[in-house]
Design a protein around this ligand. Structure first.
Ligand SMILES: Nc1ncnc2c1ncn2[C@@H]1O[C@H](COP(=O)(O)OP(=O)(O)OP(=O)(O)O)[C@@H](O)[C@H]1O
Ligand SMILES: [Mg+2]
Length: 417
């Protein structure tokens, strides 16, 4: 039995990024053989190549972290084949992201009672490009009064695509003129009108499996300083709620690597954007939080592979959540607590942390050492060189060295080193 070795291959399906894959490969190298369930497990990773495939070709990857399939259909269909045919575990599964975009995510979380701002979906500004549409439109389209809808939502409002991402087509509308301008410009995009939340804090929570980091986000700042390093920027209640929203969204939709954006006013948490198939994990935006994020990706991948966690194919049944949501005797807080329990069950949170304690107890210290090494500094230099013009290299190197150094101080303190 002692010789029974299983090798798990993790595929990285990548776009232009170099920073986090290199970090992932380095940290995965620290995982070492894991003895569990009478077997010895080793983990390796590989950057996935794109080429024609027969639908019956075997897939070698036990798990794939996907950063590409949201935009490119060939790798997307390969992922779906790998999932259906070979049980490949996907972070994230395109099945759910194709079915549940921003709009369905709003609707589902509204039903759960979350504080989504008032949102109205209006028909396309420009007719659909299909000769038969003119007949349908003239026969069945109700005329509507955009101005009175906007009035009801209230100014200022946000107009944004139902399936948005990356600020595409988002505008803030202050008055009737702006309303018509934005709607005219929306053309073939299908738009939401959404009430503006006047907030004290913008919380952005990144969740990877059962791990969540709630970060203080400042959308008006340039990329490199959007995430402020301010712990406890929310009250304990709002902090718990922001973390819960992110976990519940992910458990509900089957998303395991996702970020949730929430606007926080006092203790009220309003989720506004939480369907991000390809969340930002760039070293130059996450800086201080980068080592945590990549360690979490490694930990969760290792846990899924070694424990043989089965991936879920398709869209999950929301019933358990709706049973809570539809219970008139539960308050908002009681509902959120119940959803949080369901989410923790889904992600096996307790078992996960026990497993990490048992099989990866050395990892935090090794990662800390690595972040202090020349190897990490080279990664930082390469990333800064590739991202910024030459005259800014020195300034940004100092900036990110400072922030990762700060993480190292905090981490050594936490580890009692
Ligand atoms: N209801 C709202 N109230 C206040 N601000 C909002 C609201 N909706 C959107 N915004 C602002 O507009 C920005 C973009 O909106 P949203 O996140 O929904 O679009 P997106 O295309 O997903 O953008 P990104 O990829 O940057 O997250 C938000 O980061 C926020 O600053
Ligand atoms: Mg957003």
């Amino acid at each position: 039995m002692a010789n029974d070795v299983r090798t798990h291959l993790i595929g990285l399906l990548l776009g232009a990024e170099e920073d986090w894959p290199r970090a992932f490969e380095s940290i995965l190298g620290m995982v070492g053989p894991i003895k569990a369930g009478g077997q010895t497990h080793t983990l390796a990773s590989e950057r996935v190549r794109i080429h024609p495939f027969d639908l019956t070709d075997p897939v070698r990857h036990g798990l794939v972290i996907d950063r590409l399939a949201y935009w490119y259909y060939h790798p997307r269909e390969w992922l779906k084949k790998a999932s259906l045919m070979d049980d490949t575990y996907l972070l994230n599964s395109p099945f759910t992201f194709q079915a549940m975009e921003k709009h369905s995510a709003y609707v589902a979380m509204l039903r759960l009672g979350m504080k989504i701002p008032k949102t109205v979906l209006v028909p396309y500004k420009n007719p659909v490009d299909n000769v038969r549409w003119a007949y349908t439109a003239s026969r069945y389209n109700d005329p509507f009064d955009l101005e009175s809808i906007a009035e009801e939502v209230g100014y200022p409002l946000y107009m944004k695509p139902f399936d948005g991402g990356g600020w595409r087509g988002v505008s803030r509308v202050d008055d009737v003129e702006g309303l018509h301008r934005s709607y005219d410009e929306s053309g073939n995009m299908l738009m939401h009108l959404q009430a503006t939340i006047d907030y004290d804090h913008f919380a952005r929570a990144l969740s990877i499996g059962p791990e969540t980091m709630v970060m203080d986000f400042r959308p008006g700042e340039p990329m490199h300083s959007r995430y402020a390093v301010t712990h406890d920027f929310l009250s304990p209640q709002a902090g718990w709620e922001a973390e819960t929203v992110s976990k519940v969204v992910n458990a509900f939709f089957g998303w395991e690597f996702n970020s949730a954006e929430m606007l926080v006013k006092g203790d009220e948490v309003h989720p506004i954007d939480y369907a991000n198939a390809c969340p930002d994990v760039a070293l130059t935006s996450l800086h201080y939080y980068f080592p945590w994020a990549i360690t979490a990706l490694v930990r969760w991948s290792a846990y899924c592979m070694v424990t043989g966690r089965q991936s879920f194919i398709g869209v999950r049944s929301p019933r358990a959540y709706f049973d809570v949501a539809d219970d008139p005797d539960r308050s908002y807080t009681e509902k959120m607590q119940a959803y949080r329990r369901l989410a923790d069950e889904e992600f096996e949170t307790d078992r996960y942390w026990e497993w990490c304690e048992q099989h990866l107890p050395h990892l935090p210290e090794r990662v800390l050492e690595w972040v202090g090494s020349d190897d990490f500094d080279r990664l930082l230099v390469d990333t800064v060189t590739a991202t910024y013009p030459e005259h800014e290299h020195e300034q940004f190197l100092a900036h990110f060295r400072g922030l990762t150094g700060m993480w190292m101080n905090d981490q050594s303190h936490d580890l009692g080193a």
